[in-house]
Design a protein around this ligand. Structure first.
Ligand SMILES: [Zn+2]
Length: 577
């Protein structure tokens, strides 16, 4: 049910300012450092013209900008694009080609699981090493970070990712999240990586099968660059705030990814600023650089620079990427943590009654730079094409632009944006933010989170068979579930004041989000590949695969991870008294 106050703000939304920004960005590429800064200036100018005060931060962040690439094989020079953070080899690197057949279902996977990536085509890691060492690998897919790190570990000297269509997609190949620190820098890719289109890929696979060789050439611009971050701070009656954020740097002019998101945040800034006197909590709105060429370096800098403020007062992070795209009328892939699943379902179905709606767990991607601090988060990509429509169009699966395969190519132009869908998605984002910013009692359900944990522990217990005893995890989860259910009831009945319950829920997130999404400590940043649910405990499900000393190592890892998990859940239970 939409309240009168919500309706007033929703009806205040128009397309005037947002569409003008989408049109402006459709003419201005935003991936070279100087052009990215011009993008920030464009946002700041428009905010000021709308009467919304804006701060421009200008950190130095580490970027890798692809300049050019090619692959030469069989006397033919093929067009290619190097993903950001590929090794720069302007003089070229030559080696024998080897073809690894990819599991096509895992094209978009950020997993390092060999089975998931290659299906049955590689039986073991030893086999992979024997095949790949000293060679340039050709495989289907996108030149993604997890894949690149595996090929490098197996001794491969280069990677050619054959994209599934006629276009070549830009991307990134590092597992490092944001600007590297001394602990991260060793993971920077040490091999050249390129993406090619399907016809080139087929030609190269044929060369590989004939035992031929290829030369990869990549040219990158890399280093620290000053990049601007526009930030709007709208204060509420209380110090706590919601962070709404998305990237404004893009591949080429990036309309669906992410000019439409930038426009969404511009309009929400305008409407909330005009109505700031009514806000219970503050709302901060940030536009990030360094998403595409710095693996989220903009949001990562903000997470680091404002870490202690975020820890003290941020109750929610909302990521805004690729809303308002052509043909995107489905909400079947809505990203949210468990505690906010009901909240986002309510917001989306209030704006779009009867919407096709389903939630999914946040990937380790998309400017989710706040997991290690422990902030409840939802959304990433927004509305998307229904699967049937995608299949009807013969589209393969991509990670943005509402499912339009113009994603990360020169074709992500004005036609990818859709006015009606954009206005609808602006309202969804606004309503979702408002319902947290103005709630007396935060509309979070941590019982759902506890139930997610219980289901995860159950799944790992079954998968581990006789190899592991997860009883301590199961017991700690049950105790926490009981404590958090009590808090939910007491808060609903007014036996615990809302202000106290809100503070407790904020503190719970600081414990539960890290344990469910990260392996490294708070205030660090996990690598950019898939973190399974309760990632520490996930090793339990791998135990049946191991034997000999490896089984002993894996069991040792699980014992430590279980200690971390149980201690965290005990701390959460204790917090609730
Ligand atoms: Zn994006």
């Amino acid at each position: 049910m939409i309240t009168d106050q919500e309706r007033r703000l929703l009806e205040a939304c128009t397309l005037d300012a947002p569409w003008e920004l989408v049109e402006h960005f459709s003419r201005t590429p935003r991936w070279r450092p100087e052009d990215v800064n011009k993008g920030a200036d464009a946002i700041a100018e428009r905010l000021r013209a709308l009467g919304v005060p804006c701060t421009l931060h200008q950190p130095e962040i580490y970027l890798s900008i692809p300049l050019s690439a090619s692959v030469e094989a069989g006397g033919v020079t093929h067009r290619a694009k190097p993903p950001s953070m590929s090794l720069s080899v302007p003089g070229g690197r030559t080696g024998p080609l080897v073809y690894l057949s990819a599991n096509l279902k895992a094209l978009r996977s950020y997993s390092r699981d060999v089975q998931e990536l290659f299906g049955g085509s590689i039986a073991s890691e030893a086999e992979a090493r024997a095949k790949v060492a000293g060679k340039i690998v050709v495989t289907e897919g996108f030149g993604n970070p997890a894949l690149t790190s595996l090929i490098e570990e197996w001794g491969g000297i280069g990677l050619i990712a054959c994209n599934p269509g006629v276009d070549i997609h830009w991307g990134t190949c590092t597992t490092i999240w944001g600007t590297p620190d001394l602990d991260d820098i060793g993971r920077k890719p040490k091999i050249p990586v390129v993406a090619v289109n399907k016809p080139t890929g087929e030609a190269l696979i044929a060369v590989a099968k004939a035992g031929g060789e290829a030369t990869i050439r990549t040219e990158m611009l890399e280093g620290f660059f000053p990049q601007k971050i526009p930030e709007v701070r709208i204060e509420g009656a209380e110090p706590d705030f919601v962070l709404l954020h998305g990237h404004y740097d893009s591949w080429d002019v990036g309309v669906g990814d992410n000019a439409t998101g930038d426009a969404t945040m511009l309009e929400i800034a305008r409407v909330l600023w005009a109505n700031r006197a009514t806000l219970k909590r503050g709302v901060r709105i940030c536009w990030w650089p360094g998403h595409s060429t710095g693996r989220y370096a903009g949001s990562t800098w903000y997470a680091d620079a404002f870490a202690l403020e975020l820890d003290a007062n941020c109750v929610l992070s909302v990521n805004c990427d690729s809303p308002g795209c052509r043909w995107a009328n489905s909400f079947h892939a809505t990203t949210t943590m468990s505690e906010t699943a009901k909240l986002v379902e309510g917001a989306i179905t209030d704006i779009v009654p009867g919407a096709a709606f389903k939630t999914k767990r946040p990937n380790q991607a998309g400017d989710y730079s706040f997991n290690n601090i422990g902030i409840t988060s939802f959304y990433m990509l927004s509305s998307t094409m229904a699967d049937d429509l995608r299949k009807e169009k013969g589209y393969y699966d991509v990670s943005g632009c509402g499912g339009n395969i113009a994603w990360h190519t020169e074709n992500d132009q004005l036609e990818i944006a859709d006015r009606d869908n954009l206005l609808r998605d602006i309202r969804i984002y606004l309503l979702s933010v408002l319902r947290v910013a103005n709630a007396n009692l935060l509309p979070y359900d941590f019982v759902a989170t506890a139930e997610e944990f219980a289901a995860t522990v159950e799944r790992y217990t079954k998968a581990a068979g006789d190899h592991a005893d997860l009883t301590p995890s199961r017991e700690a989860t049950a105790a926490f579930r009981a404590a958090v259910a009590r808090l939910k009831d007491d808060a609903a009945a007014g036996r615990v004041p809302a202000s106290r319950a809100n503070e407790l829920m904020k503190r719970l997130a600081r414990i539960l989000v890290p344990i469910n999404f990260t392996r490294t400590p708070r205030f660090a940043h996990d690598p950019a590949f898939t973190a399974p649910p309760l990632p520490g405990l996930a090793v339990a499900s791998e135990l049946p695969r191991y034997s000999g000393p490896m089984l002993g190592f894996a069991k040792t890892q699980l014992m430590r991870a279980q200690n971390r998990y149980v201690a965290a859940l005990r701390e959460a239970t204790h917090l609730l008294g």
